[in-house]
Write a protein that binds this ligand. Structure first.
Ligand SMILES: [Zn+2]
Ligand SMILES: [Zn+2]
Length: 350
């Protein structure tokens, strides 16, 4: 049966998303149609909507890459998914190429990202590759919150795995809102001592209640003074235990994070900015330090982070606000004006 979706479509950059009825194509053998229960609003969506970042599909496109929903139709290889609630990862690897087979699916060259490569979750329904879908429970009171796991939380988790973070490490998180707030919580859950840095006092106050043992306000702070405070926090721990997470996605944040690299330390570039910075790369050589990029999260490691949420070690609700998808243009405007402190989780039926 053909499915008709009510979707919010980006038809022109800098213009509001437009509500349209769209016919969803029947699923191919490896595809599924997901009836969306909730979809998160990410800062990247704002970049697409205001034209600063082009989508790979081009326009028109339905945005949204943080969706949870129920599978209502699936191709013949994945019929067992029909009726299940699923989380749709923001990065959907092919599952078959050398990258995927080596456990590097998040770098898969054939990957599809909803709301970028293909139509996304700002819609009542959308068509996705079925293989990467992750089954989640049916408790409807908890399902909507899990939408933010598709990008914000899983990206944080993968960054932590990439850093080989272990108990007793010193996690230094630069930019403690959004993805950074989940890096803080996950690092703490895995036994690291966490210091959170930001320029916004309210964010630091919130994260102090959810895993940050110390917070540092970077506004007007001299880099030498910051380094001194971090060393004091580490209480003499060897600097190879420093795991620095750049989550601000800003040039000043990148300069700050890079400036914290010391002997044997590791830095993860988690945030995105199109800006460039000027650094001495040879510091990596001199310090025998490591700098990793990290993108998305391969589907096979999602159970690890879902477990931490189930156990209450990572909290979602303090960082989320719920609203109807019919207000998506208002939320985008609020985000552009830096007035959204929580991640919006939107209901496409409202
Ligand atoms: Zn995102
Ligand atoms: Zn692949």
């Amino acid at each position: 049966m053909t499915v008709t979706a009510e979707a919010y479509v980006l038809e022109a950059a800098k213009a509001p998303l437009v509500r349209r009825s769209l016919q969803i194509q029947d699923p191919g053998p490896k595809e599924a149609i997901v009836e969306v229960i909730a979809c998160g609003l990410c800062h990247t969506d704002l970049g697409y909507a205001d034209g600063s970042v082009p989508t790979k599909k081009g326009i028109p496109i339905v945005l949204g890459h943080e969706a949870v929903g129920r599978v209502i139709q699936a191709g013949k290889d994945f019929e067992s998914l029909v009726g299940s609630n699923v989380l749709v990862p923001a990065v959907l690897p092919c599952g078959e190429c050398p990258f995927c087979l080596a456990g590097r699916g998040n770098a898969c060259p054939n990957q599809k990202m909803p709301g970028n490569d293909i139509d996304g979750g700002f819609s009542t329904h959308f068509l996705v590759p079925a293989r990467p879908l992750i089954k989640i429970g049916s408790d409807s009171s908890k399902v909507a919150a899990l939408s933010v796991v598709a990008d914000a939380v899983s990206t944080a988790y993968q960054a932590i795995l990439r850093a080989n973070l272990v108990e007793g490490d010193i996690a230094i998180v630069v930019g403690s809102g959004g993805v950074g707030s989940f890096v803080v919580q996950i690092a703490k859950a895995l036994g690291a001592r966490v210091v959170a840095c930001d320029i916004i006092a309210e964010r630091l106050n919130l994260i102090a209640d959810y895993g940050a043992e110390q917070t540092i306000n970077l506004a007007n702070l001299d880099p030498k003074e910051l380094r001194k405070q971090v060393r004091a926090f580490a209480k003499g721990a060897p600097t190879f235990k420093y795991k620095i997470f750049e989550c601000s996605g800003s040039a000043p944040g990148q300069v700050t994070a890079y400036g914290l690299l010391e002997r044997g330390a590791t830095m993860l570039q988690v945030g995105y900015t199109p800006s460039k910075i000027d650094v001495r790369l040879s510091n990596l050589m001199a310090f025998d330090a490591t700098l990793h990029g990290t993108w998305g999260c391969p589907p096979e490691v999602y159970p690890g982070v879902l477990n931490l949420i189930e156990q209450g070690k990572v909290r979602l609700d303090p960082f989320i606000a719920y609203g109807p998808m019919s207000k998506v243009n208002d939320y985008l405007a609020d985000m552009a004006a830096h007035k959204l402190e929580r991640r919006m989780v939107m209901d496409p039926r409202k």
